[in-house]
Structures are given as C-alpha cells and as structure tokens.
Design a protein around this ligand. Structure first.
Ligand code: 0O2
Length: 231
C-alpha cells in the first residue's frame, strides 16, 4: 500500500508525516458492525505487535553469536486496553469513532525494550529501523532531551508491514527503548504518580527528579565501562 510521507527533522525529533493516514488500516465500511470492527482493528494491532517482537527476538539472538552478550535485557508488549484508548481519545478531544482511533492514536500497540547500556538502546533502534518493512513515523529522543521531570527513553512510532490473507497492512506500533536504570526510575515513578487519591507535592517531585539524575549519572558511568571494554 502506498503511503506518502513528508520528512521533518530536528536534532532530537524525526517525523515522517503520513499524508494518507486514512489508508493505513481497513476503513469503517470494510466491516459490518462497530463491535466486530473494533475487535478486528485490535487484532491488526496485535499482529503488528507480534511482528515487532519477533524481529527484536531475532536481532537479540543474532547479536549473541557475534558479541557473546545480549543488547536486550527484556521486551514487553501490550495492546492498549479499551478503557485507556477511550481515555486517551477523550483527552485529545477526538470523536469516539474507530477511524478517529486508528488515525490518531499511535500507541495502541506498544513495545517496551530494556537494554543494559545507552549504546544498546541506539544500536537496537538502528537495527530495527534499517529493516525495509519498518517505516519510521516519529522519533522522540527523551534521552538526549529528558522531560522536565527527569523521564528518559527513546520513543519510536513505526509502521510495520504485516501480510494478511488478502492484503498487506502497515500497522502503527510505539516502541519505547530505555536502559535498565531508566526503566527502574520510570516504573517506580509511574507507580507513585498513579497512586489513587494522592497528589505528589513539589518537594516529592524534586526528590523524584533527583533520583532521575542519579540514574542518568549511573548510566553514564556504566556506559564508560562498556566503552572501555569495547562492548
Ligand atoms: P502508559 O500507561 O504507559 O501507556 P502522544 O502519544 O505523542 O500524543 P504523549 O502521550 O505525551 O503524546 O507521548 P509521549 O510523551 O511520547 O509519552 C507516551 C508514553 O511514554 C506514556 O504513555 C508513558 O508510557 C511514557 N512516559 C512519558 N512520560 C513519562 C513520565 O514522565 N513517566 C513515566 N513513567 N512514563 C512516561 P501513557 O499513555 O501516558 O501511559
């Protein structure tokens, strides 16, 4: 399927604006009823997720042969729950239609890749993006430019080609790549931030930022060791 893309590049952000978003996935009229159409759409995202996870597994195992170690510590994939999709659509002020969902929510299929070192994060991203059946739509480099609260990660939105019985579809998948230290911070911060009936005070947020800075320093030291050992 032909998708026209326009490239926008800045130092930390690479965006390919998909001009013909409507043709990324099957359209409303392709299916009979909304419920069936929604389930079918989720199936497409699951297929995209599986495809990316299989690629990561192959890259990780192949790397082991040449380097005696793995650049990937752990991979987790999920398709967003119906409730989270609806919440995100409300937050973005989107109409509650399946086409609005498919054309605007790019993290319905999401993969989190945890790597030992920062250099592994970029290496794994490079290896994935060099594959012909993966197109980069958007990259946000929160490692080079962390969020003000200290959050660091490399975020990619890609379109992965998936072959179905009668057609090929380009499925959007969000890939978050981060080091073990970045993940340690993000996972614990997520738990604290989403604790019910509790608002984090400014002081607590400053403490969290301090932890993020410590993790970033640890990452730099570990990276220095890895470089010295020619990892
Ligand atoms: P969940 O539960 O992890 O799925 P966009 O999607 O581009 O419209 P958005 O959502 O701001 O805009 O994208 P962004 O900034 O790239 O972040 C998306 C995801 O990154 C979040 O998904 C989190 O998983 C993760 N993330 C971003 N900022 C933080 C942070 O400060 N702390 C932690 N722990 N994770 C973060 P969701 O949908 O918010 O949540």
């Amino acid at each position: 399927m032909d998708v026209t893309v326009r490239k926008e590049v800045s130092e930390t952000t690479y965006t390919e604006v998909v001009e013909d978003k409507d043709r990324l996935l099957p359209q409303l009229h392709d299916y009979l009823d909304t419920e069936k159409q929604f389930r079918k759409a989720l199936f497409f995202y699951e297929a995209g997720l599986q495809q990316i996870m299989a690629k990561l597994e192959i890259l990780n195992r192949e790397f082991q042969y040449g380097n005696d170690r793995n650049p990937i510590e752990n991979v987790k994939g999920r398709v967003k729950s119906e409730q989270s999709i609806v919440e995100k659509m409300k937050k973005k002020g989107l109409p509650m239609t399946i086409s609005a969902m498919m054309n605007n929510i790019y993290d319905i299929a999401g993969v989190r890749v945890i790597c030992p070192f920062i250099s592994d994060v970029y290496q794994v991203a490079r290896m994935l993006l060099s594959q012909k059946d993966i197109n980069l739509v958007k990259m946000k480099d929160y490692i080079k430019e962390p969020k003000p609260n200290g959050y660091r990660s490399l975020h990619l939105i890609v379109l992965v080609d998936v072959f179905f019985s009668e057609q090929m579809q380009k499925i959007p998948v969000e890939i978050q790549l981060r080091s073990i230290a970045m993940n340690c911070w993000a996972s614990t911060e997520h738990q604290l931030r989403y604790k019910k009936d509790y608002e984090l005070s400014d002081k607590m947020q400053q403490e969290l930022k301090k932890c993020a800075d410590l993790m970033a320093e640890a990452d730099q030291i570990m990276q220095g060791l890895a470089t010295e050992m020619k990892f």
